[in-house]
Design a protein around this ligand. Structure first.
Ligand SMILES: [Zn+2]
Length: 445
């Protein structure tokens, strides 16, 4: 399917790098690429100059039928070429793969979705019963303020949908009873926190008895990471374990008391797998930025730290603050803990219903099996903005059968990100078959 490959290469070469600042991204370059690809101007919305998102809506034949959206983001995270074997923005094809930043996150899907959608847009396939919508969205990697959140808040009529397919599509999982295909239904919730400590400035040559803000902060961070993180065995986690992928460890992995021991057993042979299991069974705390002090000979009077906190389904805001209080102990009175951005609880869509069944049909057509299971991911995607409006959203994709889930995960925001031509072809066929099945099922239902 050369269309998707060439489009993917063009999107990578547009280098829509989003470093979190308003001036970065410049996704309007990819809006233009897609307008040319579709030979149709579509509807462009931008909150900020250069941060355009592009929408197409093909009206359905039955106003009562449910609508389906295909959504891909066009921005990517920065890439440091020093760690790469190729130029991360050249989109070279080597060893059967397209290499470049965005190859799996998620320009592969943005491109294959466009190829499937274009056949409906140009009329070579008749419209579905419900509306079919394509959205190429800006600023996913920066939190969606100039993209999905903006569109959902300001232009809901334009982007409204009952069902949504987007990232993260994941490689199949081998189990003793055969392969299972993960469909992303659930995301952990980010509840980032900023920590502040205060001290009294003075001369660094006389440290005795000082209130040094760095010492408090160092102690607070140490306590936070050494305190056992809250465990939670969610229904989503149970569904993953029930595939049988963990064999003998299954029982321990769904026990609140034994899961940490099981993670240590896994870590002995596969620390990447252990890390993933830990994140899907615990509220996690990762202190990722610390700033403090101004000069080598001045006692620091203030510090700031950023902690990336991720919560599981069932966790609330209070649970996060409770943990900080417990972990910091007497330091909690001296360290200010405040939200670093909007809090999001975990969000989820049910593993049943029209689109879930249509994806089963798609898998049956392409892979010869309907064996899929609901997957929880540790990161966030734009799905959360749509789920808040009642949309059923899934992350869907297919990869070559030899791709290991841990190798796949390492490529997200990592070095040497690449996607095989085989994966692109499989994903395109899955999306094509799923959209068609969604149409058939919504006509019947
Ligand atoms: Zn992404």
């Amino acid at each position: 399917m050369p269309d998707s490959v060439e489009l993917l290469q063009a999107l990578i070469r547009n280098e829509c790098v989003n470093d979190g600042t308003v001036e970065s991204g410049f996704e309007s370059r990819s809006v233009e690429t897609l307008q040319e690809f579709f030979n149709n101007p579509g509807e462009v919305r931008e909150k900020q100059r250069g941060r355009g998102s592009l929408v197409y809506r093909i009206p359905g034949t039955d106003p009562a039928a449910p609508s389906l959206m295909l959504m891909g983001h066009t921005d990517v995270v920065p890439a440091n070429p020093d760690g790469w074997d190729v130029n991360p923005f050249a989109a070279e094809i080597r060893e059967g793969c397209v290499w470049g930043r965005g190859a799996v996150d998620m320009l592969n899907l943005t491109a294959t979705m466009a190829t499937v959608f274009s056949q409906y847009l140009n009329g070579s396939i008749p419209p579905l019963p419900g509306d079919l919508v394509y959205l190429a969205v800006a600023d996913e990697e920066g939190g969606g303020r100039y993209g999905a959140q903006f569109l959902v808040d300001e232009y809901w009529d334009l982007v409204a949908c009952d069902y949504l397919m987007t990232e993260i599509g994941q490689p199949r999982v081998m189990t003793p009873t055969g392969p299972y295909y993960p469909i992303t239904t659930t995301e952990k919730g980010p509840m980032w926190r900023k920590l502040h400590s205060q001290g009294v400035p003075g001369h660094g040559s006389q440290p005795y008895g000082r209130e040094n803000a760095v010492i408090d902060m160092a102690a607070a961070i140490t306590r936070l990471v050494q305190s056992p993180a809250p465990v939670r065995i969610s229904d989503e986690w149970r569904a993953i374990v029930e595939t049988g992928a963990f064999g003998e460890l299954s029982e321990m992995l769904v026990s609140e008391n034994l899961v940490d021991e099981a993670i240590e057993i896994l870590a002995a042979t596969d620390v990447g797998l252990a890390r993933w299991v830990h994140a899907l069974t615990h509220m996690t705390f990762s202190p990722n930025i610390v700033h403090g002090g101004v000069k080598s000979n001045v006692i620091p009077d203030s510090t700031e730290a950023d902690v990336d906190v991720r919560v599981l389904p069932g966790h609330e805001v209070d649970d996060v603050d409770d943990h900080f209080r417990k972990a910091l102990g007497d330091l909690y009175d001296r360290i200010e803990v405040v939200p670093a951005m909007d809090d999001y609880v975990a969000n989820s869509s049910p593993s049943s219903g029209l689109l879930w069944e249509a994806i089963g049909d798609g898998l049956q057509a392409v892979e010869g099996t309907r064996d899929r299971f609901p997957m929880m991911v540790t990161g966030t995607t734009d799905s959360r903005f749509f789920r808040q409006r009642g949309t059923v959203a899934y992350g869907v994709g297919l990869y070559e059968h030899t791709l290991k889930p841990s190798d796949f995960a390492a490529m997200f925001h990592g070095n040497n990100e690449r996607v095989s031509l085989e994966s692109i072809d499989r994903t395109e066929r899955l999306l094509f078959e799923t959209v068609a099945a969604f149409g058939r099922r919504s006509a019947a239902g």
